[in-house]
Design a protein around this ligand. Structure first.
Ligand SMILES: Nc1nc2c(ncn2[C@@H]2O[C@H](COP(=O)(O)OP(=O)(O)OP(=O)(O)O)[C@@H](O)[C@H]2O)c(=O)[nH]1
Ligand SMILES: [Mg+2]
Length: 360
């Protein structure tokens, strides 16, 4: 009998051992659309289930993508640098590449798409990526999905949707399915935690095929340190309302109980934070910051890590003539206009990025 795959995650179904991956209690008759137990629990109960795709599995899987196909790489606009994976950059060198920058709905509507795309192009070039086209979309809101479909049609060959975990690949494909065929709504499982799709999922596309693929779990990212509830809380659900602070040197902003930013030297400057509304931002004097954190981590300062983190310090010089962003993967970013020096305290294992401002 032909192998049957779960229509939600692509895993190879089995009905022999319920403790092994991709179990279904149903009989594996051919041509049926079945979900595995893992997808069933995620879809119906919102349960967080472990991924069965490790880093090595992922690399060997994407290594099988044929050279005569097009890569459509999905990037999370809320964590651009974190979602540019070196593993995909490598395979993109010998394949045609389309970039899909997703989650546009989270950034202010007032920001100009042309400007965001221009900045994005520069960032991608810095990472050695030279795409045929860039699409700034919201898969969730079904905005811009039509332009992606048009670009795919022009390719006239198979398309592999690749990218880091949780960037919205499956959400995008679900919208494409509903645009092209009368099928069940949102057949592919999507989820707030990374590591949902488990194998290639084939979607017929005219004479060709669009493939959904698993995402690689990002390294150096806050989500690797947090429980599912906190991961959920950190993901903004709608347009972020930026929060502005006019800071003087020797002031501190706590970013929940997760991170701390000290403005060390410089003339008074404006700091604009783009983070989920569930993250408390709190200003103190630098001199009081240590004691304040000890006292209020997890109470005033939420969300927080289960145990007080051992912070690593990252220092950034600011230049008045360049508006810049400091990106904290998993939390968001803050934009600084001013000169001086900023110190960022992050738990061990999270790497920040400093870049030219994306907006404004
Ligand atoms: N705000 C916003 N959230 C989105 C958008 N697209 C997807 N999401 C959310 O991002 C999370 C991950 O979406 P998925 O489609 O499962 O992501 P994926 O890239 O397939 O993830 P893996 O299968 O783990 O690689 C879900 O909570 C989605 O609802 C978007 O355009 N805007
Ligand atoms: Mg997926």
């Amino acid at each position: 009998m032909k192998d049957l795959h779960c229509i939600g995650c692509g895993g190879k179904l089995q009905n022999e051992d319920k403790d092994k991956p991709f179990y279904t209690p149903k009989s594996l008759e051919e041509n049926t659309s079945l979900y595995c137990m893992r997808c069933f629990r995620m879809r119906n109960y919102g349960e967080v289930m472990p991924s069965h795709v490790g880093k090595d599995d992922y690399i060997s899987m994407i290594g099988t993508i044929p050279k005569d196909s097009t890569l459509a790489k999905v990037i999370d606009i809320f964590d651009i640098e974190g979602s540019i994976l070196p593993q995909i950059t490598t395979i993109a060198q010998s394949r045609d590449l389309i970039i899909i920058a997703n989650k546009r709905d989270l950034l202010p509507k007032s920001a100009k798409d042309s400007k965001i795309k221009h900045r994005l192009n520069k960032i991608l070039a810095d990472y050695g990526l030279n795409p045929k086209s860039i699409h700034l979309i919201s898969a969730m809101k079904n905005q811009g999905v039509d332009t992606v479909l048009e670009a795919f049609e022009k390719e006239n060959r198979d398309i592999y949707i690749v990218g880091a975990a949780n960037t919205g690949k499956s959400t995008l494909i679900n919208h494409m399915i509903s645009a092209t065929a009368a099928r069940q709504a949102d057949p592919i499982t999507t989820f707030f935690a990374p590591g949902t799709t488990q194998a290639f999922i084939e979607i017929p596309f005219g004479e060709h095929t669009i493939y959904d693929t698993p995402g690689l779990i990002k390294q150096n990212h806050f989500f690797n340190l947090l429980d599912p509830e906190t991961i959920k809380a950190l993901q903004p659900k709608k347009e972020i309302k930026p929060k502005s602070y006019q800071l003087e040197a020797n002031q501190t902003i706590f970013i929940g109980g997760l991170a701390r930013m000290d403005f060390i030297t410089g003339l008074p400057a404006t700091f604009v934070f783009y983070v989920s509304q569930n993250v408390t931002l709190h200003r103190t004097k630098l001199i009081n910051a240590d004691v304040f954190f000890e006292k209020h981590q997890g109470t005033t300062l939420t969300p927080a890590l289960k145990e007080a983190p051992s912070f690593k310090i990252h220092q950034f010089p600011l230049k008045r003539e360049h508006k810049s962003d400091v990106v904290i993967p998993g939390i968001g970013h803050f934009t600084i206009e001013g000169s001086g020096v900023v110190r960022l305290y992050l738990p061990e294992g999270v790497t920040p990025y400093h870049r030219e401002a994306l907006i404004g």
